[in-house]
Design a protein. Structure first.
Lengths: 332, 332
DNA sequence: AGCCCTGAGGTAAGCGCTTTCCTGGACCTT
DNA sequence: AAGGTCCAGGAAAGCGCTTACCTCAGGGCT
C-alpha cells in the first residue's frame, strides 16, 4: 500500500505539503510542487487511508442506517429516501440489516458507534419487550453522549428525534373504509405480535370497529410474519375456519398479496385491503386498496432530522396515512 | 468520547493491559484487574474507536458492495445473497448505490479502497462504453494491487473473479419459448442501450430468432430504463405503432409488469414474457412467464468468491437461466 | 543462600494521516 | 544596508489503538 510518505518522498516534498496538495488545503503551494505531487499520486496509485484520516481529523462524516432488511420492499423504499438526503449531503451511508433480531441491532449500534458515524438512523418497528427496549436505549444513549445523532423511524420507545408513520390512524382508515362499505365480518391478518407496528395498526382497526359499532373478535385476527407467504398461509387458515368473512384486512401489502393468492387458490374472492401502498399494489389483480404511507418521505425526513441542527428536545414528525381506493374492496 | 487511556486510568492499569482485557488477548491477566477494567468500560460507556483499531491492526475486515440501486428488487435479491454469506463470515457489509452512474461507481471504489475493505463486490451490468470500462478497471487494479479482492456480478469486463447470469442463454430461452408457441411478430422492450445486460439478453433473443427462422427487426425493439413505468411507456408506444404484434418480450420483470399495465390500459391482451422471475411475477395477472435467474445465488456465489481463497487466475462461475412458464404466454 | 527462570504487567514504538507551529529566504521599507 | 514583513514549505506532535519488547517480582532450583 502506497502511503502519503511514499508519495512525499517520490515527489521530493514533505508529507505536510503532500497532504495539503492532495486535500486541496487553503494554504498556497507552488505550482511545480503541486504537479510533482499529483504525478506521484497517479504513479503510485495512491489512495489515502480513510481510517488514518478519520483518526487525524476526528470528524465524523458517515451515517449509519439500521433496518430490518433492505431487500424487503418496505425498507427498500425507506432506504431510498434516507440515501437521497444523505447523498445530497455528501455522506457515506452504511446500511446494516438487523433481520429483526434485537441482539444484532445492539451489535450494529456499537459497531456504528465504533466507526464514529455522525448519526444513526434506525428504521423499523420497535420491540414491545421492554427489557430489550431498555438495552437498546442504553446503547443509544451512550452513542448520543459522544455527540452522535439519532433518528428513529416508526418506533416511539426512543426519546430522540423520530418520524412516525401514523399507523394507528392508518389502521383506523382501513377499518372505517371496510365498515362504511357495510362489512360486518372482517378478518385481520396481523404482523408479528412483538412489533409495535402491528400493535398500532391493530389498535386503529379496533378504534374504527368501536366507532362503527362492529365486532373484531380475537378469533378473526391471525398473526403472521410480514411476508407474502406468511400472509398466504394465514389467509388460507382464516378463510377455511371462518368461511363467512366478507373482507380481510392485511396489515401490510405483502401479506395482502399473499391473501389474494390464497383466495385465488381457494377459488373465492372477498374484499382485501392492504397497508403501505407499495408499488405492487396497483399491479395485482384486483388492484389492491391500501393505506398509503409515503415511505421515501419517512426516510427523507428522518435523515434530515439526523443531519440537520439538533433540536432543543426530541422532535417528532408524523407522516400521515392516506387511504388509496382501488378495486379489491367494494360495497357489500 | 471515552478513550482506552481513560479506561486504563480509571481502572489503574496501563493501556496495554486494558487493551488485552477488552480484546480477550491470549495473554493471561489477573482476575482482579480484569474486573476493574470491565467495570471501567461499563461505567465510562467505552466503545473502542474502530478507526484507531484498523490503523493499529491494519487488518481488513469489512467488505464493500456496489450495486446500481438496493431498492430495486433485482439488486435487493442479490444483496440478500451477498449479505447472507458475509454475515455468516462475521463481516461488516458496506453497501453503496451507484445509481448506474459510472462516475459514482468510480468514487465508491476509491472510497471503499480508502476504507481498507477486504473485498469489493460489484453487482450490475457493466458499461459498453470502453473508456468508462477502462477507467473502472484501472481503479480496480489499484485496489487489487494492495491485496484487495474483487468479485463482479454480471459483467465480463473485469478480468477477475466473476459470477455471470447466463443472460444470453436466458434471452435465447425467452425467444425459443415464444417462437415455438408460434409467434412471428414479436416486440421487444429492451433495457438501456449502454448496459451489457441488455446487449446479452438481446443477443440471445436474436440467436433464437435465427435458429427458428424468425424476424426480429429493429423497429420492433424499443429501449426503456429497467423500470415498471419505463416499460409501461415503451409498451404503450410499441403496441400503438405495431398493432399486429402477438407477443412482447420484456428484458426484465419490472418492465414486463409495466407492459401488462399498458396492455390493460389499451384494453388488449397479448403474450408477455419477462426476465429475472422476481417475486411479483406470480402475483400479477396473468401470472408472468419469465426467465428465472437465481439472484440470491448470484450474490452468495460472488461473496464466497470474494471472501474465499484467491484462485490462481480469474474464476468465472455461471448461473444458469431457466424458463418458468406461467399464464402470460400461450400458443397462437 | 544465591541464581535463574517465569510470567504478569508496563513502556513505548508505531499504524498513516492532519495541522500547528516554526524556519528561513525573498522582498520591502527607511 | 540593516531591519522588518511575509509566506512557502517543513518538522513534529498528536489522533486512539495494538503489540513487541522490557522490567521486575516471586518462586524453584542447586
Amino acid at each position: 500500500m502506497a502511503t502519503l510518505a511514499d508519495v512525499a518522498r517520490h515527489a521530493g516534498v514533505s508529507t505536510a505539503t503532500a497532504s495539503r496538495i492532495i486535500n486541496g488545503s487553503s494554504k498556497p503551494v507552488a505550482e511545480a510542487l503541486r504537479e510533482r505531487v499529483l504525478a506521484a499520486v497517479a504513479e503510485l496509485q495512491y489512495v489515502p487511508n480513510a481510517h488514518a484520516q478519520m483518526l487525524a481529523r476526528s470528524n465524523r462524516h458517515a451515517v449509519g442506517v439500521i433496518v430490518h432488511d433492505v431487500s424487503d420492499p418496505y425498507f427498500a423504499e425507506i432506504t431510498r429516501g434516507l440515501q437521497r438526503v444523505a447523498t445530497k449531503d455528501g455522506r457515506l451511508v452504511i446500511i446494516c440489516n438487523s433481520f429483526r433480531e434485537p441482539d444484532r441491532e445492539l451489535e450494529y449500534i456499537d459497531l456504528l458507534h465504533a466507526h464514529q458515524v455522525a448519526a444513526i438512523v434506525i428504521a423499523g418497528s420497535g420491540y414491545l419487550d421492554s427489557a430489550t427496549a431498555a438495552r437498546l436505549d442504553e446503547r443509544l444513549r451512550a452513542f448520543e453522549a459522544t455527540g452522535g445523532r439519532i433518528a428513529v423511524i416508526g418506533r416511539h420507545d426512543h426519546p430522540g428525534d423520530a418520524v412516525l408513520p401514523d399507523n394507528e390512524q392508518g389502521g383506523f382508515l382501513a377499518g372505517e373504509h371496510l365498515f362504511t362499505l357495510g362489512h360486518t365480518r372482517v378478518g385481520v391478518i396481523a404482523g408479528p405480535t412483538a412489533l409495535t407496528t402491528t400493535a398500532d395498526r391493530l389498535a386503529g382497526l379496533h378504534r374504527a370497529a368501536r366507532q362503527y359499532g362492529r365486532e373484531l373478535p380475537d378469533h378473526r385476527v391471525v398473526h403472521a410474519d410480514f411476508t407474502r407467504d406468511g400472509g398466504a398461509a394465514a389467509a388460507a387458515r382464516l378463510i377455511a375456519e371462518q368461511p363467512d368473512l366478507t373482507a380481510i384486512a392485511a396489515l401490510n401489502d405483502s401479506m395482502a398479496v399473499g391473501t389474494l393468492a390464497a383466495l385465488r387458490t381457494a377459488g373465492r374472492m372477498i374484499n382485501v385491503i392492504g397497508f403501505d401502498d407499495m408499488p405492487i399494489a396497483r399491479d395485482v389483480t384486483p388492484p389492491l386498496t391500501s393505506v398509503r404511507l409515503s415511505l421515501t418521505e419517512l426516510g427523507e425526513r428522518a435523515m434530515s432530522l439526523a443531519l440537520g441542527e439538533p433540536g432543543d428536545g426530541p422532535r417528532v414528525q408524523r407522516v400521515e396515512a392516506v387511504l388509496v381506493r382501488r378495486d379489491s374492496t367494494w360495497p357489500v
